[in-house]
Design a protein around this ligand. Sequence first.
Ligand code: ZN
Ligand code: ZN
Length: 112
Amino acid sequence: MTTERPPFPDRRDYIVILAGVLPHVIVEDNGCWSWPRGHNDQYSTIRVRGDDGRRHMYLVHRLWIQARGTAAGREAHHRCLNKGCVNPAHIVSVTAKQHRVEHARIRHQNAA
Ligand SMILES: [Zn+2]
Ligand SMILES: [Zn+2]
């Protein structure tokens, strides 16, 4: 799992980054947005220059919850269960506990 890169001080920084992401997404028939560029462990990634002047890797789906201001201490969950999806409508912020419970529920459902 990728470690979270130093957060930007201003939420608007995330909106600027995401504005650069949008022209490259591929809208799939199922509503998911694919990312044709970098991936890490199936998650879509982007390299962004930080305040330190160096390029860091960010997880694109987490940028949405950063932009919403709901990222601190929370995890981003894909409601579509497609790890590579970058559609903000499919990405919600949850606590670590909620996230474990949700995935346990999904596993249970799939096993039934
Ligand atoms: Zn999706
Ligand atoms: Zn999840």
